[in-house]
Design a protein around this ligand. Structure first.
Ligand code: HEM
Length: 364
């Protein structure tokens, strides 16, 4: 009987099986997340106003009569068969990802292998499902939409990090490790700002690039009543134009800050040759993301470009996390542990040559 769980299956095969599941989950997430953005951008977020079904049914086809009634009541409203199918397609894919991650967890549990990772992924997915429900039931409140976006992108980045073959860690100076952590946090912050701006419909509040509505420092309003910030209530709260400008401008300033920190990270880590390929990819992704952001502004956010901006945010976060995992301070910590272990081993061999080491002898 195999102690790892699967009778007669070698650990290497089990690892390969899990990796296959993980890659499948990565591919699914790569479709699921942009589909979610597409649902939002095509105003289909409330295509089915309840959750998890559509008017309590399994599919919009089963709910045709209810959808018809909703359309009669509100011909230009958020409900139509088309929108309902988009929304439900997103939910079906999310459910498929849930099943995949549950299988992964089950396998990890049976084989007692990578259980912490599988549990974390499942937990994030469950939280994400809860936020998905709140997105619909609380009618697209900006803080829910933003959290849903941020957690979804984090899930994708975690999936990719788990699916990739573990690469050797690189011991870097602690300051460099902290710089990479800062970059990762800034990417997360920038994604949150982007989602927040998109959820508040502020994408077109600033016309032109690099200036906003012809100004270097546009008129902005940072406080509004009721509060527009993460705890803002309901989609019905139309923010004043100057508050929308503030949201948009913050996203641009965030990108500028991110660019500065990225330069420092690349400048700092370039001295480690094994990291250079990853750094080049990071710079490429960030450069394309900035370009897409600019083009979204200049061309008034055409759907394909808005989706591409979404996809590149996912990839950028995944790459930043990948680098963070390789240079994490544990690399230094491992080094420290190795030194301690050597000292300990040396200490064990020392007693005879080092009388002071024997406290017992001193007491005798
Ligand atoms: C590396 C830097 C950037 C990151 C990580 C980033 C990330 C994001 C994210 C995650 C969204 C929300 C997308 C969605 O909800 O589907 C977004 C929206 C947006 N971003 Fe960026 N962004 C960056 C830079 C920029 C720049 C430099 C600009 C403009 C100059 C820009 C313009 C926009 C616009 C107009 C939207 C709204 C699109 C929409 O409504 O779907 N972004 N950004």
């Amino acid at each position: 009987m195999d102690m790892a769980g699967g009778a007669g299956v070698r650990p290497g095969c089990q690892e390969a099986e899990m990796r296959k599941l993980l890659w499948l989950a990565v591919l699914l997430a790569l479709v699921l997340l942009p589909l979610g953005a597409y649902v939002r951008l095509s105003q289909a977020g409330l295509g089915c106003p309840d959750w998890p079904g559509c008017y309590g049914q399994l599919s919009p086809a089963h709910a045709a009569a209810a959808i018809e009634r909703a359309m009669q009541l509100q011909p230009d409203g958020p409900v139509s068969p088309d929108k309902a199918w988009k929304e439900m397609a997103h939910r079906y894919l999310a459910a498929a990802l849930g099943v995949l991650l549950f299988c992964l967890w089950w396998q990890a549990w049976r084989q007692a292998q990578r259980l912490a990772m599988a549990s974390l992924l499942l937990l994030v997915l469950l939280l994400q499902a809860m936020l998905g429900m709140l997105t619909v039931t609380l009618q697209l409140r900006p803080w829910v939409v933003t959290s849903h976006l941020l957690l979804g992108m984090s899930l994708f980045a975690l999936l990719l990090a788990a699916a990739r073959r573990a690469q050797p860690r690189v011991a870097v100076l602690p300051a460099h490790g902290r710089l990479v952590t800062l970059l990762l946090l800034l990417v997360l912050g920038q994604i949150a700002l982007g989602g927040w701006m998109a959820a508040n419909h502020a994408a077109l509040a600033c016309q032109g690039f690099p200036r906003c509505n012809g100004q270097w420092w546009p008129d902005m309003q940072f406080t509004v009543t009721p509060p527009a910030w993460p705890w803002a209530v309901g989609t019905s709260v139309a923010l004043p134009a100057a508050a929308l400008v503030a949201l948009h401008w913050l996203h641009r300033l965030g990108a500028l800050l991110l660019l500065c920190v990225l330069c420092c990270v690349v400048g700092g880590l370039w001295r480690y040759p094994v990291l250079r390929r990853s750094l080049c990819l990071l710079v490429l992704l960030a450069g394309l993301q900035l370009l897409l952001g600019m083009l979204n502004v200049l061309w008034l956010r055409p759907l394909p470009l808005a989706l591409a901006h979404h996809v590149f945010a996912m990839l950028l976060l995944a790459q930043a996390l990948g680098i963070r995992c390789r240079v994490q301070p544990s690399a230094c910590w491992h080094g420290l542990r190795a030194v301690r272990r050597r000292a300990f081993l040396a200490g064990r061999m020392l007693p005879r040559a080092w009388p002071g080491r024997r406290s017992g002898a001193q007491g005798e």
